[in-house]
Every structure is written in structure tokens, then in C-alpha cells.
Design a protein around this ligand. Structure first.
Ligand SMILES: [Zn+2]
Length: 298
């Protein structure tokens, strides 16, 4: 199992390169083995303003016309910023690129305004989102990065996971088989668990620490993971400072339920974008201490 973060960090008011370098440094200092750029440019929706058909709206994005793939996926911010992450990896750690999934992106952008589609329930809106995300995801994998698809909209039941599947099924089998691709769904996943297990992705990133994720523990005890599926385990809160002991006990409990071999990644429940900035480092420190304690106990 490898330590990772869900991706976002509080945005620093400083030049981008400096901000990314600091976030990388922070992750390396605390034993993170799959690191991210920290999403220092924008929020998880606004990052996609470069996609034709998505434009800046009153708040965040709106759908301004039919959504199409970018002409040059290499110019997508997250791909460009990965060039800042890559030199820091040095063989010891891996890099991860996070991409918002079609259900979450399509619905959230459409709430800001919608042109070119009949309404927010128009299936072609989500199909077009998935098709626009495919080349970005492929590009991330081509660069050798891990790929995390963020779909909080699935636990919120925005739309069917079939649109997320449209994206996964287009990705190379090898990357899926290697566990290099994961699906992050925060919140309580009980209502979508069975559907998620049928998706063409093998690693699911679920949270188990915060109030909104507390039911997930009972869920994995009651339902088993489908053969070949593993978890990225959110075992420490991303917003509250929990003790290392609390987090370690939670991780041990999850390991007893699903088996250590089915834990692919360990991480905080969700991203640090909403976290009080001065809590991020103590959370990472406690996460390291808890996971070291857990690994020693095996
Ligand atoms: Zn999340």
C-alpha cells in the first residue's frame, strides 16, 4: 500500500511554481509516496475552463455550447503542472494527476448555466463531458502518472455512473490492471456501491473518518468488494485534526474487514482545499505516524 493525498491543498497566494514546489515538499516531508500538484490554480471544476463548451460563469463554470475535447490535451493545466511535479519524483515516489469525472463536472457546470443542451438531464451533456475528458486522462497515463478520477457527484446521485464508465472503458487495460487508475467518491457510498463495483476501474477511494463517511465502515463490513477490486482508504479526517492513535485504530479496523492486501492506497478522506491551512501539516504528520504504526504491527 502507498500513502497518497486526494489532491487539493489550500491555495497559496504566491506564484504558481513556488506554490506547487511547496506543496510537493510538504508531501515528501511526510512520507507521501504518490504526490500531486496540490491544485494550486483553481477548484476542481474551474480547472476545466480550457475545455471547449465550458466557460467561466457567475460562479465557477457554465456550459456555453456543445462540449468538445481540447485540440491539444498537452496544454491542459494539470498536464502542464505535472511538469513541475515530475522532476521532484526522483524514482522514490510517484506522481498523480486528478481529473474531475464527467458526472460531477457536467452537472456542476450545467448548474451555472446551460446552452447547447436541452437541460441538465440531457444524456449527451454527460457523454460529451466523458468524451472531452478521455484525451486528458490518456495524456496523464502516457506521462506515467497515476490517474485519479474525482466523482463526488456519484454519491450525491447527480447522474448515473454509466457516464464515468464511458471514460474508464476508453482507458488502456494495462493502467487499470496495474491499479494506476482510481475513482475517488467521497461521502456516503451506500446507495451506489453495487453500481460502482461494476465499473471498469479496480481501485476505489472512499472516506471512513468524517461524519458524512461514517456509514461506509458498516457498508464494507456488510458487502464485500468485488474480486480484483481494492480500496484507497481515507482513514484520517482531511478537515479535523485527529490523533495518530484514532487514525491507526480506524485503519486497523478497515484492514480486518477487507484484508490488508485489498488496501491499495492510504490517504486522508478527501482533499485539503477546505482545510484550515495550518492544520494540513499536523494532519499529514499524524497520518504518517498512524500508518507507520499500522505497518509495523503487520
Ligand atoms: Zn473527496
Amino acid at each position: 500500500m502507498e500513502r497518497t493525498t486526494i489532491g487539493s491543498f489550500p491555495r497559496a497566494e504566491k506564484p504558481l511554481e513556488e506554490a506547487v514546489a511547496e506543496v510537493i515538499d510538504l508531501q515528501l516531508r511526510h512520507g507521501i509516496e504518490v504526490i500531486t500538484d496540490g491544485e494550486q490554480r483553481a477548484d476542481m471544476i474551474t480547472y476545466f475552463e480550457q475545455v471547449p463548451g465550458l466557460a467561466r460563469g457567475g460562479r465557477g463554470l457554465r456550459v456555453s455550447e456543445k462540449i468538445r475535447p481540447m485540440d491539444d490535451p498537452g496544454s491542459f493545466y494539470k498536464i502542464v503542472d505535472y511538469a513541475l511535479v515530475r522532476p521532484q519524483l526522483g524514482g522514490r515516489v510517484k506522481g498523480k494527476i486528478t481529473i474531475t469525472g464527467p458526472v460531477t463536472l457536467g452537472m456542476t457546470a450545467a448548474m451555472g448555466g446551460i446552452t447547447g443542451y436541452s437541460n441538465v438531464r440531457d444524456p449527451s451533456l454527460y457523454e460529451d463531458c466523458a468524451d472531452a475528458l478521455i484525451p486528458l486522462a490518456e495524456k496523464a497515463l502516457d506521462l506515467g502518472a497515476h490517474l485519479q478520477i474525482d466523482e463526488p457527484g456519484l454519491s450525491a446521485k447527480f447522474e448515473s455512473p454509466k457516464y464515468t464508465e464511458r471514460l474508464f472503458s476508453a482507458l488502456p487495460d494495462k493502467a487499470i490492471d496495474e491499479g494506476r487508475v482510481s475513482l475517488h467518491v467521497c461521502g456516503s457510498v451506500g446507495r451506489v456501491f453495487d453500481e460502482l463495483m461494476s465499473l471498469s476501474v479496480n481501485v476505489f477511494s472512499f472516506g471512513f473518518s468524517r461524519a458524512q463517511e461514517s456509514k461506509n465502515m458498516g457498508l464494507i463490513a456488510e458487502k464485500s468488494l468485488r474480486e480484483g477490486k481494492r480500496l484507497g482508504v481515507g482513514f484520517i479526517s482531511n478537515t479535523m485534526l485527529e490523533t495518530a492513535d484514532t487514525a491507526q485504530a480506524r485503519l486497523e479496523k478497515i484492514a480486518r474487514i477487507i484484508g490488508v492486501k485489498n488496501i491499495a492506497y492510504i490517504n486522508p478522506d478527501c482533499g485539503f482545499a477546505p482545510t484550515t491551512p495550518n492544520l494540513v501539516e499536523p494532519i499529514l504528520r499524524n497520518m504518517k505516524e498512524a500508518s507507520d504504526g499500522f505497518l509495523r504491527s503487520l
